[in-house]
Design a protein around this ligand. Structure first.
Ligand code: ADP
Ligand code: ZN
Length: 730
């Protein structure tokens, strides 16, 4: 053996492993997958380098040969290898872990799962079975309840995500004849028969023309550049992206459009297809085999435009010209498992590496991007008007403290909102009501000890779900029968706070004739159900669309003239430095749903904190003032984007164990952080001290900038490898 392959393996160890290249595999190149012996196992790895001398410090005899070469041609380009390196360096994982996150599962493991299992309730199952199971088989009851709610077969992965139940209650239900399994070779593809959109190419308005011009000029130079497209809701951002894509295709280049998972609808895809021809769609519903096929079609240049959620960022598009991140402020662009990257930063990096143009688009940009634009680090493009003419809807704050309670109960729908709804219904118009909490009441409050009934495994108040008469933990999804008294002191309990179930009931009571569609995780079990409700709402089969975040995003229904935000404060109470930003963004987004047709819209925002800066600014659609004030605070209190933040969280079986684990963590990071000139905040218990039976402690690192993280990197890497420790860049 005279050549050696350095291989990155999907394990937490931050180093590469060297293997000898047998003569049969001399054509192996960086970017090829290989099978390697690792201890007694065989693992799939990616070749990241070829050496012509053996690795130093390893006895020659100990060097094992590659077991097999899995790709004749490199599967990953050098640019993607470099991008993985960047992800490893900025999220503190190993190169192998970052590479694994880029590859479709089937290519990562070497073998593909070819079928998808669906499960559904049988015809003989009914509500009465729930009663019968409830006492002795609560898990089976829960499982069946979800399947009865669903309007058809549910994919098993989807079912597990939603319920966190294993398969075993499903198998028991199968024995009872209440559910059946079905294996299919193809996943449900919501995009296969997407509606045919017209190939309509509107004449650009002057602002759009200016934006398109600048993006095109940047594409023509073939040097990487970044743009922030700041355009209010309905200002025609998508049209700007489409013109950029057209230029890419003319140049013989490809492009990636990332949208939040929830916005990846058949309509969105149809719009891109109508204008760009066949596009690859990478969505979470694909089987591994389908995903692999799409991936290979992209790599071979057969599909040059890719539309997808976060992970589509890694699509192996050859000759990449443009990356678009639509709704770039969305928190779903951050991955919440290793590698904990943010698609925004990675998109910019990829564009930089490949000489592509990166366009971040939003009506409410993230403060990170906004600051970068202000400082000239990325170019700002603006669309300040709605294309359809028309103005943004009038937003009105209702101070709930002055809404007189009725029969001792605080109102769910304030009188001004009630009036607005009455008028809209009278005129045959539609309304969207937004409340970011599902269930009926948000907690049981003990009138004697003042506490609330919380989950046995989590430090979280249980939510009352009336349709099932259960107390549910929204964190771990466990549920118990509704408590009759306080488990701590035996005092009487009363329900407080409102959820979507209660809001639905209230609207029904106020407007018995109205047709209400409720959209939350309880009513929407399958993705198709969501599509169906939106379609029906668009066709006027409902008067009100009421729900959680699902109703806030990107919907375009011209007949909607009233938007109500039932509890604007929910998102402000989160002890998170981004709470105000999120609150502003949500309200601006949901408000943007009103008055998109030719009738003016109005928005009613109910709040207990009407003086909050985020709410004030949202009332005036004034992102810039909000951003200015919020950035000033971030700078003063040293939060991102003025510092680089990293959160280190430990989890352990008990409070003392968590303390001990945190002390060990501190021993490692204190010196490293001092060396980088950073600050430590904590350690302290996080807002939710106990989660899923684990006790937690956290510490926040604030580093002046990216460069000062470098001396901390080794320490953070080593922490990342410890079980029970999470290292999360903020
Ligand atoms: P945004 O993404 O900024 O909310 P969209 O790109 O979805 O806005 O545009 C909203 C609507 O306006 C779409 O139906 C789109 O086809 C239409 N539109 C976009 N640009 C123009 C234009 N220049 N003239 C007329 N209609 C346009
Ligand atoms: Zn819980």
């Amino acid at each position: 053996m005279s050549q050696f392959a350095r291989v990155a393996i999907d394990i937490p160890a931050r180093r590469e492993f060297s293997y000898g290249i047998p003569t049969s595999m001399v054509d192996v190149e960086p970017g090829c997958r290989v099978l390697v012996p690792f201890g007694s196992r065989k693992l799939v790895g990616v070749v990241v380098g070829i050496d012509f001398s053996p690795p130093v410090g390893v006895p020659f005899k100990k060097i094992r040969p590659l077991e097999a070469q899995l790709d004749a041609e490199p599967l990953l380009t050098l640019s993607l290898l470099r991008l993985a390196r960047y992800i490893a360096d900025t999220t503190f994982c190993s190169w192998g872990q970052a590479l694994a996150a880029m590859l479709p599962a089937s290519l990562r493991r070497g073998k593909a799962r070819k079928t998808v299992t669906f499960v559904e309730s049988t015809e003989s199952a009914s509500e009465s079975d729930l009663e019968a199971l409830r006492e002795s088989f609560p898990k089976q009851e829960r499982a069946l309840a979800v399947l009865l709610q669903a309007k058809g077969p549910v994919e098993i992965r989807e079912f597990r995500n939603r319920t966190r139940l294993s398969r075993s209650p499903l198998h028991s239900l199968e024995k009872r004849g209440l559910v059946r399994f079905e294996k299919r070779v193809q996943a449900f593809d919501p995009f296969a028969d997407a509606p045919q959109e017209d190939f309509w190419r509107p004449t650009l308005n002057p602002s759009q023309r200016e934006c398109v011009e600048r993006i095109r000029r940047a594409l023509d130079t073939k040097e990487g550049s970044d743009f922030l497209l700041f355009g209010i809701t309905g200002s025609g951002k998508t049209e700007v992206y489409l013109r950029g894509l057209e230029r890419c295709l003319e140049q013989g280049r490809g492009a990636i459009i990332l949208v939040p998972e929830i916005a990846l609808t058949p309509q969105t895809v149809a719009r891109f297809r109508a204008r760009c021809g066949e596009v690859a769609v990478l969505h979470s519903g694909l089987t591994d085999a389908e995903r692999r096929d799409q991936w290979l079609a992209i790599a071979e240049g057969r599909l040059r435009i890719v539309v997808g959620a976060r992970s589509a960022l890694f699509a192996p598009v050859p000759n990449l010209g443009l990356i678009v991140l639509d709704e770039e402020h969305e928190s779903s662009f951050k991955q919440e498992s290793v590698p904990r990257y943010h698609a925004r930063a990675v998109a910019r990096e990829r564009a930089h590496i490949e000489g592509a143009v990166c366009v971040l688009g939003s009506a409410t940009p993230s403060l990170e991007s906004w600051r970068a634009a202000n400082e000239g680090e990325i170019s700002l493009l603006q669309l300040p008007e709605r294309v359809a003419g028309g103005s943004l809807p009038r937003v009105r704050l209702v101070d709930m403290r002055y809404e007189k309670p009725e029969q001792g109960k605080w109102l769910v729908i304030s009188r001004p909102l009630e009036e607005a709804l009455k008028e809209a219904f009278h005129n045959g118009e539609q309304a969207i009501l937004f409340l970011n909490r599902r269930g009926y009441a948000s907690a049981w409050h003990c009138r004697q000890c003042g506490g609330s009934v919380s989950c046995a495994r989590c430090d979280v108040a249980l939510t009352f779900h009336r349709s099932r008469d259960r107390a549910l933990c929204h964190r771990c999804l466990e549920e118990i029968p509704s408590p009759q008294s306080c488990p701590d002191c035996g005092g009487a309990v009363s329900k407080i706070g409102i959820g979507t179930e209660r809001a639905e009931e209230t609207v029904k009571r106020l407007f018995p004739e109205s047709r209400i569609a409720r959209m939350d995780r309880d009513t929407m079990v399958r993705r198709e159900d969501y599509e169906t409700i939106l379609r029906d709402f668009g066709q006027g089969e409902y008067d009100v669309l009421l729900g959680t975040q699902m109703v806030a995003k990107g919907l375009d229904f011209p007949a909607v003239t009233v938007v109500g935000v039932l509890d604007a404060d929910t998102s402000l109470h989160h002890p998170d430095f981004r709470a105000a930003e999120r609150c502003f963004g949500l309200i601006a987004q949901v408000a943007g749903r009103a008055g998109r047709g030719n009738r003016p819209g109005q928005v009613v925002v109910q709040t207990w904190m009407p003086d909050h800066a985020a709410l004030r600014a949202a009332t005036n659609h004034d992102f810039e003032t909000f951003a200015k004030g919020e950035l000033k605070e971030r700078e003063e209190f040293l939060y991102p984007p003025y510092v680089k933040g990293v959160r280190v969280l430990v989890e352990s079986s008990g409070p003392a164990e968590a303390d001990k684990a945190m002390r060990e963590v501190m021993k490692i990071i204190e010196p490293a952080v001092a060396e980088g000139g950073g600050l430590l905040l904590g350690p302290a218990p996080p807002p939710i001290e106990k989660l899923r039976g684990k006790w937690r402690q956290q510490v926040l690192i604030k580093a002046p900038d990216g460069a000062s993280i470098v001396p901390m990197r080794e320490a953070l890497y080593s922490l990342c490898q410890r079980p029970g420790v999470t290292v999360d860049p903020l």
